[in-house]
Design a protein around this ligand. Sequence first.
Ligand code: NAP
Length: 259
Amino acid sequence: MIRVLILGGTGDAIEITNKINQIPEIQAIASWAGRTKNPVMPPNVRIGGFGGVPGLVEYLREQKIDIVIDGSHPFADRISWNADTAAREVGIPRLLFHRPGWEKEPGDNWIEVENNREAAVILDKQRVSHQVFKNQINPIKRVFLTIGRQEIGAFAHLEEIWFLMRMIDPPEVDSKIPRGEILFNRGPFDLRDEREICTRYNIDAIVSKNSGGSATYPKIIAAREMGIPVVMVKRPPLPPGEQVTDVEGVINWLIDKIR
Ligand code: NAP
């Protein structure tokens, strides 16, 4: 039996794990960080951090893992770098799976930034000069913040902006929380609902990570249709090496490796 560790945290990683479970020569072990209270996960998952690179190296050796599939979210860069380093140290192959990022389309009014801190700078700047976004006439006052809960503190000092913050679980108790309202929900999201949210809350800008995939894309379509500008946070740099962008690609790569 070939033992494959799948690093998860996304719907795609669940699909990858379920498909790998159907390959008779492979025993799949999925790993989830355990951040959300009621995570959606495949069966037989191990939960919790490994303890950095040393912990992961030890785990790979102890569990006699033959191959690592990194199916973590494109913004979960720490685990991806750790997986790259640990797999090289143990001398086993590692494949990085990432769905492609979203590309700007006609009608999109995006400002692309490196991180959430830069996104906050853009929102602050437009308060003073109302022409930061294309066609912007009025100051942006109501922002739909769709970056999850971990980094909302980066926007807490923007007291003149009201934020609608969407997340799965409540923020940590010691988090700085921007002025506004929290909306608890888990993707995939629907275009009709996203349009309705933007209208009901009178949203005049969206902050989004460039996650790629279809589950969270409807807000980007709604923004395009409604002329709402988007501050789009670019993906962090990820380790080089073999990469695929769809679930079938993972399965084909694995079959090539083992047969
Ligand atoms: P991160 O910064 O890359 O990882 C932080 C730490 O969490 C890692 O060093 C590792 O702890 C642990 N960890 C992460 N993924 C793990 C996994 N699959 N199995 C075991 N331990 C894991 O990740 P993050 O941005 O905090 O995200 C946490 C999880 O949520 C990830 O699995 C990611 O795929 C998922 N997720 C993240 C986002 C996002 O926007 N960041 C969105 C959707 C889902 P040790 O160093 O102790 O091993």
